[in-house]
Every structure is written in structure tokens, then in C-alpha cells.
Write a protein of this length. Structure first.
Length: 326
């Protein structure tokens, strides 16, 4: 069945975001390593959620909503960027934060305040319970003649996924301009939406590209992503889908979600020292660390072209204890 996308996204980010080769790192590892800088998308400290929010807030605006409610951990990049984008569109933003992560007033919690958002802390970490809290909050707002719009954790639903289907098309167009075909793309898997969009986009535009998702929590991502792909495909208005999508999942939870570890910190320091680029200890640092491990193990050759997606998250550098000493 063919169905056209009816959601008109709003313009929030500056695109295309930069994509270039990491020359010093490539030389150090004798392979070709590139970076896609979605941390430079132009809203707040940047990050992948902006692309998702263009579709989600486009839907909210089309429905006449004036308040956005979403959720995440205490230092959630998604919540912070949702509040930033909502304020840019003249909408009220509310974050219902789970009982996990650094809850002290630092990092992204400071940014939440700067963007004029309202923060509620839940006593739960269970997403179903938190969704029930958001639903009840939306009902109360409706009684006050507000028009609330609920966005799931990470902006990861079919509309949010469209943002990264679009990003994948952008990636391969940039590669073509550079005369490069990416054999591999590495992305963090935190709630599944970004990864699902990349997998679909690679399948449509570069079927030989393997998309590797580095899992930073213990959620059942193969099932989550499979459902997201199933929900998103009918929105794309084309039946030209590959029979199979090239994808794989590798866990790098380490000491736990949101918990830094020495190996991740060393990878963060390596990229900062060689290329002047900052990663975070919760998402991108763990993904980058695992990618470097695989390169050291000889899983790639000097002929491979490897792309690392930088999904943002710098706020965590100023909240999560990384064990650094002055």
C-alpha cells in the first residue's frame, strides 16, 4: 500500500551539517574515518534530536498545539533540545524526567532552565508509568484550555524516524560529492529512532552500506527498531524497499546507562587531542570507543570508508563524573 507523507516538517536546524574526513585519526589507524557533525546543527549545543523534532513539532503545529510534553533521563539531550525547539516556535515545553541520571542542577538541567522549560521529576524509571504521567498531565492541561502534544522518549516514533531517513540521504549525497562510498556507518542506539532512520535510508540509497548500532542501554533494540522500521515505511510514499536492511547491534553499556568508564574517557580524550572534537560519556563516547576497538582488532582495512555519526550530547561533559583530575 502506498501512502504519502502528510506531515510538513518545520525548519529548525542548519543543514546540511558538516561531513569530513578525520585526517589525523585516519592516519593514526591506517584507515579512512569520517565524521557527520550533527552536533553542529545549530540549536543549543546541537544533536540528532533536532532532525526528529522538525517532523514531530511540524505535526504539533499542524494540530494547533501550544504545549509540548516529553520525557528522558535527568540529563536528557532530547528533553533539552525539545525545550529549545519549542521555545523557538513559541510553544511551552515540559519535561517529565525519569528517576535516573544526575539530578543535580548542572549540565542539561541548566539548559532546560535557560530555555524556559518546566521540569517535573518522576519517581519512576519505567517508561509505561512515565507515559501515564505525561498523559495525565496532558489531560490536566486540556482542562485549562491548553492544547498539549506528547513526544515519546528520544522522539523515537515513525515521525521522528523520518528525520534520519532524510539525514541518510544527506549523508550519501555528501559522500558522492566527495567521491566516497561509505562501507560502514556507526551510530549510537539510545532509543532507536535515529538508528532506524539510518538503516532505512542506507537501504534506500546505499544498500551495501552496513549500519552498526552501538547500544548504550539494555533495552531490546532489535525488537524496538524492527517495529519503528515497520511503522515508518508506509510514510515514505514508495514501495522501493530492499528485501533486507544491512544492520547489526553491538552492546557497549559498560558500567551502565549514563555511567562513565575509563575506556570511554580515553576515547573521548583521543578524539579531542587529535581532532579538537568533543564527545560525551553517555552516548557518543561509548560509540566512538567501541568503533576504535573494532578498528584496532583489524575488522577494517585501509580501503574501508567508515563514518561516525556525532549525535551531540556535550552537556553531559559538565554533569557526569568522568574521573578527571585538575
Amino acid at each position: 500500500m502506498k501512502k504519502e507523507v502528510t506531515i510538513k516538517p518545520v525548519s529548525l536546524g542548519i543543514k546540511p551539517t558538516p561531513l569530513y574526513k578525520l585526517d589525523n585519526l585516519s592516519q593514526a589507524y591506517n584507515t579512512n574515518i569520517y565524521i557527520k557533525r550533527d552536533d553542529m546543527i545549530g540549536v543549543s549545543l546541537g544533536g540528532n534530536k533536532v532532525r526528529k523534532l522538525e517532523y514531530l513539532l511540524g505535526d504539533a503545529r499542524a494540530k494547533g498545539c501550544d504545549t509540548v510534553i516529553t520525557t528522558g533521563a535527568a540529563q536528557s539531550n532530547h528533553v533539552m533540545l525539545t525545550l529549545a525547539c519549542a521555545s523557538k516556535l513559541g510553544m511551552a515545553g515540559i519535561g517529565v524526567l525519569s528517576n535516573s541520571g544526575v539530578k543535580e542542577f548542572k549540565g542539561n538541567l541548566i539548559l532546560d532552565e535557560l530555555f524556559g522549560g518546566t521540569i517535573h521529576f518522576s519517581n519512576s524509571r519505567d517508561q509505561e508509568e512515565i507515559m501515564a504521567e505525561m498523559t495525565a498531565l496532558a489531560a490536566d492541561l486540556t482542562k485549562q484550555d491548553k492544547r498539549p502534544y506528547i513526544i515519546p522518549m528520544g522522539g523515537s516514533n515513525s515521525l521522528g524516524v523520518l528525520g534520519y531517513v532524510e539525514a541518510a540521504e544527506e549523508i550519501f549525497a555528501q559522500g558522492k560529492e566527495m567521491g566516497v562510498t561509505f562501507n560502514h556507518i556507526f551510530s549510537t542506539v539510545g532509543s532507536g529512532g535515529t538508528y532506524a532512520g539510518l538503516v532505512i535510508g542506507a537501504g534506500l540509497h546505499s544498500p551495501d552500506t552496513l549500519v552498526t548500532g552501538i547500544e548504550v542501554s539494555d533495552a531490546p533494540f532489535p525488537e524496538i527498531v524492527a517495529q519503528l522500521i515497520t511503522d515508518t515505511l508506509p510514510l515514505l510514499g514508495t514501495n522501493d524497499y530492499p528485501a533486507e536492511f544491512k544492520q547489526r547491534y553491538i552492546s557497549n553499556v559498560g558500567k551502565g546507562y549514563g555511567v562513565s568508564d575509563e575506556h570511554t574517557v580515553e576515547a573521548i580524550k583521543e578524539l579531542a587531542g587529535l581532532e579538537g572534537i568533543l564527545l560525551d560519556p553517555v552516548y557518543t563516547g561509548k560509540t566512538f570507543s567501541k568503533m576504535l576497538d573494532m578498528i584496532r582488532e583489524g575488522q577494517f582495512t585501509s580501503d574501508d570508508h567508515i563514518l561516525f555519526l556525532h549525535t551531540g550530547g556535550a552537556g553531559a561533559l559538565f554533569a557526569v563524573d568522568m574521573g578527571l583530575e585538575v
